[in-house]
Design a protein around this ligand. Structure first.
Ligand code: NI
Length: 155
């Protein structure tokens, strides 16, 4: 089921989300929510979606990753690179606007996957950028809070 994506002025989007319980990930509710988030993300042509954007204040993120979709519960960023890159970014909760945001070039993310298993992935480039953007969402932070310059977006 496609969910409604909330925009930047909604209180849930601006709240700090709470961590999920490992056991909760195995419930029918969690599976259904994850399925709906993935469907919603793709329907909106997004490459990432955080639960607060669909009205759930929990630390759960989906990312369109290579051939598959990645589910990250309670993601934690470790070992961010010193090097940062300034690139254009957008957000499904801020439609029609883009901006330059400086992000770590690479990082490691530790998270629980949809089976409740702890995983770590090394990420760089766009993947690292999406992770930082989505983890920001879990703290009620939007890229527009960090942008140095608004842009028109890619053609
Ligand atoms: Ni976003």
């Amino acid at each position: 089921m496609r969910l409604t994506i909330l925009t930047k002025n909604h209180s849930t989007v601006r709240q700090t989300a709470r961590p999920v319980e490992r056991g909760w990930l195995a419930t029918a509710e969690a599976r259904s929510l994850i399925r709906d988030m993935i469907e919603t993300m793709h329907a909106a042509n997004g490459i990432g979606l955080a639960a607060p954007q669909i009205g759930r204040s929990i630390c759960l993120v989906t990312i369109a990753y290579r051939d598959g979709d990645l589910v990250l519960a309670n993601p934690e960023i470790l070992k961010p690179s010193l090097r940062r890159i300034n690139e254009e970014e957008g957000c499904l909760s801020v439609p029609g606007v883009f901006g330059l945001v400086k992000r770590h070039r690479s990082l490691t993310v530790r998270f629980l996957d949809e089976r409740g298993e702890e995983r770590e992935l090394r990420a760089e480039g766009l993947f690292a950028r999406v992770i930082q953007h989505e983890v920001d969402h879990l703290h009620g932070i939007l890229y527009i809070d960090r942008t140095s310059k608004f842009t028109k977006g890619r053609p």
